[in-house]
Design a protein around this ligand. Structure first.
Ligand SMILES: Cc1ncc(C[n+]2csc(CCOP(=O)(O)OP(=O)(O)O)c2C)c(N)n1
Ligand SMILES: [Mg+2]
Length: 376
């Protein structure tokens, strides 16, 4: 296994809030209300993660990929967007949609396997969020090509909207990522791409992902301006993202931002991170938590006023619980719907898998009791 020291990223990046919560850079142009909204969003996301993890452990949800410990990247960057802009998240940006008031009940229902139509029927949308969010992308890097396409579409229409997308450190090895950045650079697309470098792509460390010194510099070859920021410092992420969004909106083209953070937890609930990581590495990151850092700053500046962080947490827990209760009222969708919308025409494999599922639902063991006999 690689030494953890190889894993420690360079600290040559923009930072405004030191891990101990004091300002080391100039405060960006941000009002107190936005800072408090960022704080609340990050806390809300962490509590949402805790709750959905517990649901997964109880078997109510099949898989969860948490944003825990990385909240500052999606929160700080998405806060730079404005009404009419577009956001293309992966599975690791829960705080981005929460910042823009995504409905937690609908998100939980989706995690529980409810079909979109069923969710619409039982938990109808009353008010669309001002920023347009695509569904979460699981196929890596495809969201970046789509975001650049969306940016070009707005440009052709003469709308000054910006499209923001997210990519993990590992996903920058995908061809789609480079095609997207290249295209954005050549055509000056109003697209902002955020690399949420959490040091790992499941069990592959970031230093085995690229021989380049930083992920940020990958944009250089495509002629796209880039920035590198402390991704656990929500103010630094906000500042770099705001500048990038403004540039794009002015018609000055794309920006790529590497936000250096760390995944303190498992990749997702199908992963066991202790198999491939050391505790030394964890200790290096432990005191760099993005929420603790901002909370210390807010308390020292008196920005929380009479609000007590514990009380804020308690209220958010209650809100999340209410969302979960509403999601639990949504009827379970027929599992067979997962075979719909995949292929134009069914294949033998497809039919075989459907029959296996039916066997399982009849209480049979699909591996021993179902042979596929009778299928054309
Ligand atoms: C095109 C594609 N290849 C492989 C996978 C399987 N896969 C899911 S997550 C992941 C690792 C991604 O790592 P990174 O880009 O660093 O994002 P992170 O999960 O760390 O946020 C892989 C290989 C996938 N979803 N899509
Ligand atoms: Mg990663």
């Amino acid at each position: 296994m690689a030494q953890w020291t190889e894993q420690r990223p360079s600290e040559e990046f923009d930072r405004i809030l030191h891990p101990d919560g004091h300002l080391v850079g100039e405060l960006p142009d941000i009002d107190a209300e936005t800072i408090l909204r960022l704080y609340r969003t990050m806390l809300e996301s962490r509590i949402f993660d805790e709750k959905t993890l517990a649901m997964q452990r109880r078997g109510e949800v099949s898989i969860v990929a948490r944003s825990t410990s990385e909240e500052a990247v999606p929160a700080g960057s998405s806060a730079a967007l404005e009404e009419g802009d577009w956001c293309f998240p992966t599975y690791r940006q829960t705080p981005a949609s929460l910042y823009w008031n995504a409905r937690k009940d609908r998100a939980v229902a989706a995690l529980m396997g409810a079909e979109p139509e069923v969710i619409d029927e039982h938990l109808p949308v009353e008010e669309e969020p001002p920023v347009n969010f695509t569904p979460v992308y699981v196929p890596l890097a495809v969201n970046v090509t789509n975001a650049v396409g969306s940016a070009m579409a707005d440009e052709f229409r003469g709308d000054d909207h910006v499209s923001m997308s997210y990519i993990g450190d590992g996903s920058t090895s995908q061809g789609d990522f480079h095609e997207a950045l290249n295209f954005a650079g050549v055509f000056d697309a109003p697209a902002v791409t955020i690399c949420q470098n959490n040091q790992w792509a499941i069990s592959v460390p970031s230093h085995r992902q690229t021989a380049a010194e930083t992920f940020a510099q990958k944009a250089e070859a495509h002629g796209v301006p880039y920035e590198r920021v402390d991704g656990n410092d929500v103010l630094a992420v906000y500042e770099a993202s705001t500048k990038a969004v403004e540039r794009a909106r002015r018609g000055d083209g794309p920006t790529f931002i590497e936000a250096v953070t760390y995944r303190m937890i498992e990749h997702n609930t199908a992963d066991e991170e202790s198999v491939y990581r050391t505790t030394d590495e964890r200790e290096y990151w432990e005191d760099k938590d993005p929420i603790d850092r901002l909370e210390t700053y807010l308390l020292s500046e008196g920005l929380l006023g009479d609000d007590d962080p514990e009380k804020i947490r308690e209220d958010l827990r209650e809100e999340v619980q209410e969302a979960v209760d509403r999601a639990r009222e949504v009827p379970v969708s027929d599992p067979e719907t997962m075979f719909e919308h995949h292929l134009h025409e069914s294949t033998w494999k497809h039919d075989h898998q459907r029959e296996e599922l039916r066997a399982e639902q009849r209480g049979e063991n699909p591996f021993t009791d179902f042979t596929g006999e009778g299928l054309e």
